[in-house]
Design a protein around this ligand. Sequence first.
Ligand SMILES: [Zn+2]
Length: 105
Amino acid sequence: MGNENRPWRVGKDNFYNDKLWLKTRAKFLAKNKICKFCGDKATVVDHIKPHRGNYALFINENNWQPLCKLCHDSAKQKAERRGLDQIGVGLDGFPIDPNHLWNQK
Ligand SMILES: [Zn+2]
């Protein structure tokens, strides 16, 4: 719990600069070459359960899946959009922003 807000994205503590991560990640992608979503070449290790700064979850191979960059980015965007649902999208599923394309008639 104390590590919840660890600034894992920045600075020397950045998880993605972690030596163990870089080593294990390379091995993982050597074994898992195919994107789990589309069957393309996997280049990204995705965390099935978002680690949100939890190192144990971050480094746990059981929580990894091989994805191509395209699938990773779109899956990530979808997840982030879900998180922002109440801010950006009304109950009808349309964006609240009146300037959004969908709201211009
Ligand atoms: Zn893919």
